[in-house]
Write a protein that binds this ligand. Structure first.
Ligand SMILES: NC(=O)C1=CN([C@@H]2O[C@H](COP(=O)(O)OP(=O)(O)OC[C@H]3O[C@@H](n4cnc5c(N)ncnc54)[C@H](OP(=O)(O)O)[C@@H]3O)[C@@H](O)[C@H]2O)C=CC1
Ligand SMILES: O=C(O)CCC(=O)C(=O)O
Length: 428
């Protein structure tokens, strides 16, 4: 069956966006699923639940503003919903559906006991004051309250949301419940039941999975040239960890533009500059380059840690790197994926490469529920082990079957999800 042919009635064909990418990925993986589980594939091509909410807030000047928000639970077969909350002007239902579906696959790839969910509000948070952002977060949390709970659906940070936003979400949920619920949100501040290691966890997972790939490809991380798109939670931590391991970070990009230095950038100085100026471009010790030139920079490893659909066919033709690591969700279009494959570029797919964040979110949830907290060394050691094991399982399956890492990761994740459905049994 061609899953792309299946479009839910609430999405128009023109507005499929990243959901179409997900459906193409499912089309590509379906022939490789076991004969026993393949007939259940349609369960993955429809989200289980999608809630659309209006988020009205009073702005500081007394005017009312309305924002559209979403929480989608794609699949709950393996456990409560888990996935981040995005505040961005381009958020759509189709995007949140895709992000929730990638969470389903990702959570299964690293075998954490969660289903897939994701949420978002179509808003440019850079235009809001801190007080407006807090009102928006609290109202959105109240509107999606009916879906939330530590055993139902557990949000976390994503683009433009951080520890403070998670603290407001946890507080709003707790106020509405009349009790303090630590485990309802992860990525919280340490002072509020957050976990050591969560802040860097996604970047750390990106780093660990790249080290594993480099080992198998005979590439030394020490001295390797690395370019990173996105310098937020994921990209900054990844760039820092690569630099600490002796790699040369030769280019960085945020939404303001790109900076490059073939001899290596000072990641700490770039971070300090961005904190002061609110942008990367113009950072000292680097050449500010055209955003499009970023993709042609001579690098061995390219980390995409910004948004979806960044690696288009035109970009895929120009990439120099031997390894593309998807720190972001859905950065590569399905057409570009085929070009990268033909060009022999190893793509470490999002559902594996960026799974470090949700893995430490799982640790945070376990710590909150058991009210017993671990050391950072324990957390990092457990994270590294889970990432290495997941990478090895995906790499070995890809080599054994002669398929790309993305397809192998999807086979692993989708089969775990479909097996849960099969064992639970479908309603007659
Ligand atoms: N946070 C997490 O734990 C996880 C995040 N991810 C994924 O990683 C990606 C990044 O998330 P996260 O780091 O949390 O988000 P942040 O909001 O912390 O950072 C996003 C970064 O991407 C940059 N960016 C946005 N749009 C563009 C663009 N068009 N071109 C270049 N750079 C751009 C932003 O620049 P600027 O600040 O200038 O706007 C910022 O530097 C997303 O795809 C997210 O879904 C995946 C797993 C877990
Ligand atoms: O930490 C989490 O629960 C989810 C993080 C996330 O949104 C993602 O992995 O894309």
């Amino acid at each position: 069956m061609n899953n792309v042919a299946h479009i839910p009635s609430y999405l128009s064909a023109e507005h499929l966006g990243p959901w179409e990418t997900f459906l193409v990925q499912i089309d590509r993986v379906e022939p490789h699923l076991s004969a026993e589980l393949r007939p259940l594939t349609p369960l993955l091509t429809r989200p289980m639940r999608a809630l659309i909410v209006n988020v009205p807030i009073r702005l500081d000047d007394g005017e009312m503003a309305h924002f559209e928000g979403y929480r989608v639970q794609h699949n709950l077969a393996r456990g409560p919903g888990k996935g981040g909350i995005r505040f961005h002007p381009d958020v759509t239902l189709a995007e949140v559906m895709a992000l929730s579906a990638w969470m389903t696959v990702k959570n299964a790839v690293v075998n954490v006991p969660f289903g897939g969910a994701k949420g978002g509000v179509r808003v440019d948070p850079k235009q809001l004051s801190l007080a407006e952002l807090e009102r928006l977060t609290r109202r959105y949390t109240s509107e999606i309250h009916i879906l939330l709970g530590q055993d139902k659906d557990i949000p976390a940070p994503d683009i433009n949301t951080n520890e403070q936003v998670m603290a407001w979400m946890m507080d709003t949920y707790s106020m509405n419940e009349g009790r303090t619920s630590m485990g309802v949100v992860t990525g919280k501040p340490i002072s509020l039941g957050g976990s050591l290691g969560r802040k860097d966890a996604t970047g750390r997972g990106v780093f660990v999975s790249t080290v594993e790939a480099a080992k198998r490809l005979g590439m030394d991380i020490n001295g390797a040239r690395v370019a990173v798109q996105g310098f937020g939670n994921v990209g900054e931590a990844a760039a820092r960890l690569f630099a600490e391991a002796g790699a040369r970070v030769v280019a960085l990009q945020d939404s303001s533009g790109a900076i490059a230095n073939p001899s290596g950038l000072d990641v700490h100085a770039a971070k300090a500059w961005r904190q002061q100026q609110g942008r990367l471009s113009g950072a000292p010790g680097a050449e500010t380059i055209d955003a499009d030139r970023f993709w042609s920079v001579e690098a061995d490893i390219l980390v995409a840690a910004a948004m979806e659909n960044q690696i288009t066919p035109a970009v895929a033709e120009r990439i120099h790197a031997r390894i593309l690591v998807e720190g972001a969700n859905g950065p590569t279009t399905p057409e570009a994926d085929l070009i990268l494959q033909e060009r022999g570029i190893t793509v470490i797919p999002d559902v594996l490469a960026n799974a470090g964040g949700v893995t430490v979110s799982y640790f945070e949830w376990v710590q909150d529920i058991s009210a017993f907290f671990w050391t950072e060394d324990e957390i990092n050691a457990r994270l590294d082990r889970i990432m290495r094991e997941a990478f090895t399982a995906v790499w070995d399956a890809a080599r054994a079957k002669g398929i790309p890492l993305r397809t192998a990761a999807f086979v692993l994740g989708c089969e775990r999800v479909l097996l849960a459905h099969k064992v639970r049994g479908l309603y007659p």
